[in-house]
Design a protein around this ligand. Structure first.
Ligand code: ZN
Length: 654
């Protein structure tokens, strides 16, 4: 572990305790070998004068919902020391009582709830207290004879605490173990199978002790052997979609899946004992709410493998539940695909990243422990208690949402601007992960939403389309919704005078392009969640106009494609519907000049022309996007083969 303390950076902080606390907490939070994604907690003891002028000794302790890596002073609610110490004297204290009592002892009742370890922090008679789940220390404690190793390594300067549930029970245990001891000889505490504390009156001293203690544990494992490169196989797009489909089925809701078959994950998965190793339990129970106790192991039959996981998870729950808990879904949160790599499952990309980071660290720690005698994780029962601990589950509460398309993958063609662009935003706002294909490079920078990714692809190029569809499916393990929107208007021309190139170009893009995209997407849609295909048609299909033959004929062909497709894929549960927009003037083709020209052609003003429909209402691309989302959503659950105009009402279409 490197000591990252920068003397210059703290010079200006003087003796501002909270500022120093923020500084060293961030150093810890930025070291993934110490804590991952919101794990760990830190505190500093100080005093504060409240609203009515009374001064209190307080514990500034990490508040829930904050991540040490990015924490700010507001992330450390001040809790009265007197109350915390009094709570530590209680014989028993339920979680609900503890949460309420801690909240009542806060100086600012609107600050975030204090860490579940606040009482323990208060008990430790040093100004600064740091707590992490350092990989090396936990790995060492997860070996047979781990306690002895730790005692040998640290001697008397570290208190070794046997595993108990975090929270009040842990605080109580430490209070009993330290009755009458001389704290001044201690630099820290190791919590078996859980983590490590360091403490000191000085911010740097407490941080340095953490670094030194963890470094010593790292050295106990000896040098890292050179990673062998196992020959791993890539995980194909269809295999990803099959796995995601099986996991979503068990979860009873759409899950995103991200896969890692690159160097380290690939070679790990290629080792003979990988399946045995990953199913031994978590690094620290702190991770269980993200990863569940163990991953699924995906053998050749994906569905059977995922179902086996679910059965075993159910049995684990039934075995340890006392009847008061409500079982979570039985779907895995990660999986090992032997010989290939690993997968993470979740509702949002952020969750997937957290899971990948945790599992990577877990695999590394298991390898280390195996080198010095074996890996022995916490017994199932203890893992269960933390997994179903309401205070842990509460941490996830804020993560989910009720957005209709959360966990779903949408692919849109032709989206650098106009209707496709609007659709991408609409789907993303409703929780979807969207991939937009467009032949223009502009698509790469067309979106500032992290949920939308642009990809360059010309729909007339059959093999480019196949590649793009596979890439889109690889991102989160599938495609649930395809919006076929890419298209062009052709220059006005009577059929008698139609330039061959204009005709061919319209057919190539508006009709054949859509066909290429749809054909390549069907195998993925078949595995999708409530799969749906939406075609952007045109008013010109039911109500053609003169001099627009190339466009109208191609769009009419597109309709026949949609109708035949609706027949062919209904058995797979894939819905195929079409929207017929007209007069959507906020798109690129309707420049001011074109609008002016069309308006004067009809002898009306531009303003009148914009609303030239039965409802006298301007139709814009967001209106179309709204309809497309509805078609892909539950409102159209029982509808396929439909064509719906969105044109403000047109007497030729009615
Ligand atoms: Zn902890």
């Amino acid at each position: 572990m490197r000591d990252l303390w920068d003397k210059k950076a703290v010079q200006d902080l003087g003796d501002d305790l909270l500022a120093l606390r923020v500084y060293s907490s961030r150093l810890i939070g930025q070291a993934p070998d110490l804590v991952l994604h919101g794990g760990g907690n830190t505190s500093v003891k100080g005093s504060i004068t409240d609203f009515i002028g009374e001064t209190h000794d307080v514990l500034y302790v990490k508040g829930s919902g904050w991540d040490l890596a990015t924490i700010e002073p507001a992330g450390f609610p001040a809790v009265k020391m007197k109350a915390l110490l009094a709570l530590s004297q209680f014989e028993t204290l339920s979680d609900a009582q503890m949460v309420r009592a801690q909240r009542a002892a806060m100086i600012d009742p609107s600050a975030p709830a204090p860490s579940v370890e606040a009482i323990l922090h208060a008990l430790i008679p040093f100004r600064f207290v740091d707590h992490t789940h350092a990989d090396a220390v936990v790995a060492l404690s997860n070996t047979p004879g781990g306690e002895g190793r730790i005692r040998n390594l640290y001697g008397d300067k570290v208190l070794v605490v046997p595993y108990v549930m975090p929270g009040f029970l842990l605080a109580k245990t430490v209070a009993q173990m330290t009755k009458g001891i001389d704290w001044s000889q201690l630099e820290g505490m190791v919590l078996m199978h859980h983590g490590i504390f360091s403490f000191a009156d000085d911010a740097y001293e407490s941080y340095r002790r953490m670094i030194d203690l963890v470094s010593a544990a790292e050295e106990a494992f000896g040098d890292e052997p050179h990673a062998q490169d196992g020959a791993s196989m890539p995980i194909s797009a269809l295999e990803r979609a099959t796995i995601r489909s099986a996991v979503s089925g068990i979860a009873k809701r759409p899950m995103l899946a991200s896969f890692d078959d690159s160097g380290a994950a690939g070679s790990f998965a290629s080792q003979k004992d990988a399946a045995d190793i990953v199913t031994r339990g978590p690094l620290t129970p702190d991770h269980v709410i993200r990863t569940k106790r163990i991953p699924a192991v995906i053998e050749d039959d994906v569905i059977v493998s995922v179902e086996k996981f679910a059965e075993e998870y159910k049995a684990y729950f039934d075995c340890h539940s006392d009847g008061t808990q409500i079982r979570l879904d039985c779907a895995p949160r990660w999986a090992l695909i032997p010989g290939k790599g690993v997968a993470a499952f979740g509702r949002q990309p952020k969750e997937l990243k957290i899971i990948h980071d945790i599992t990577r660290h877990t695999m590394g720690a298991i390898r280390r422990a195996e080198r010095i005698g074996g890996w022995r994780a916490l017994p199932e029962r203890d893992v269960f208690e933390v997994e179903y601990w309401e205070l842990e589950q509460a941490k996830l509460g804020k993560g989910g949402s009720d957005l209709e398309f959360e966990g779903r993958c949408v692919m849109i063609t032709g989206g650098a601007s106009g209707i496709g662009h609007a659709c991408a935003h609409r789907f993303a706002e409703r929780g979807a992960q969207v991939t937009v294909l467009d032949k223009e490079d502009a698509v790469l920078g067309a979106f500032d939403s992290p949920s939308i990714t642009g990809m360059v692809c010309d729909v007339t190029d059959v093999s480019a389309v196949a590649d793009a569809v596979e890439s889109a499916a690889c991102r989160y393990g599938g495609i649930d919704v395809v919006v076929s929107n890419a298209g062009i208007f052709s220059p006005s021309s009577l059929i008698e005078e139609m330039p061959e190139a204009d005709w061919q170009r319209s057919i190539d893009i508006n009709l054949s392009g859509a066909m290429h995209v749809v054909r390549a997407s069907i195998p993925f849609l078949r595995l999708g969640w409530e799969p749906s295909l939406v075609f952007i048609g045109s008013k010109n299909v039911p109500a053609p106009g003169p001099a627009a033959g190339a466009y109208s004929v191609a769009k009419a062909g597109l309709m026949q494609l949609a109708r035949v497709l609706a027949l062919e894929v209904a058995n797979d549960g894939i819905r195929v519907n079409t929207v017929h927009p007209n007069g959507v003037f906020d798109t690129a083709i309707w420049t001011d000049e074109v609008l002016q020209a069309r308006a004067s052609h009809y002898g009306i003003t531009v303003e009148q022309y914009r609303k030239n429909n039965l409802l006298q209402r301007e139709v814009n691309s967001m209106d179309v996007a709204e309809m497309v989302c509805a078609m892909a959503g539950s409102a159209f659950r029982c509808t396929t083969g439909a064509q719906v105009p969105i044109d403000g009402g047109n007497d030729r279409v009615l």
